[in-house]
Design a protein. Structure first.
Length: 150
């Protein structure tokens, strides 16, 4: 699969529900450089979650003018800390990112800032997965050998 496979695993993991990129990335790290793997998967995941932004951006036209105005007021509030929120949510494995991305599209948050923050957060998370696989599988192999199983 290589590094292109890592990009695709990240992309699909962030954009398709229940796609197990959190399993594929550690497994791929047993055969590939974990740093390059984590960066490739992080870029893919950042781009994949960015698709949710456009769900909100397009969906805003289904809302009333009053509701759109409320979301735009929130956009002003997000100017200062929005990128940090995006990075924090993207770097945690337990939160569904669309909870943040769809409202970002509704409030017309700056696209490039959102994309870069998402890629940075997903890269941090993917690096954790990659290094966990790289060192974790070695540790598991050592335990199995010690127990006489491996």
């Amino acid at each position: 699969m290589g590094y292109l496979g890592a990009f695709l695993a990240g992309f699909l993991g962030a954009s398709v529900p229940f796609f197990p990129s959190y399993v594929l990335i550690p497994l791929m790290a047993t055969q590939l450089n974990p740093f390059i793997l984590g960066v490739a998967a992080g870029i893919g995941a950042g781009v994949g979650q960015y698709l949710h932004y456009y769900v909100g951006f397009g969906g805003r036209y289904l809302l009333s003018a009053e509701t759109r105005a409320r979301f735009e007021k929130w956009g002003v509030r997000f100017e200062k800390y929005g990128a940090w929120l995006i990075m924090a949510m993207a770097a945690t494995p337990l939160t569904p990112d669309d909870v943040v991305w769809i409202p970002l599209g509704l409030m017309r948050y700056p696209k490039l800032r959102a994309l870069l923050a998402g890629i940075l957060g997903k890269t941090v998370l993917s690096l954790v997965y990659a290094y966990a696989g790289y060192y974790g599988w070695q540790f598991i192999g050592q335990l199995l050998e010690r127990w006489g199983i491996g």
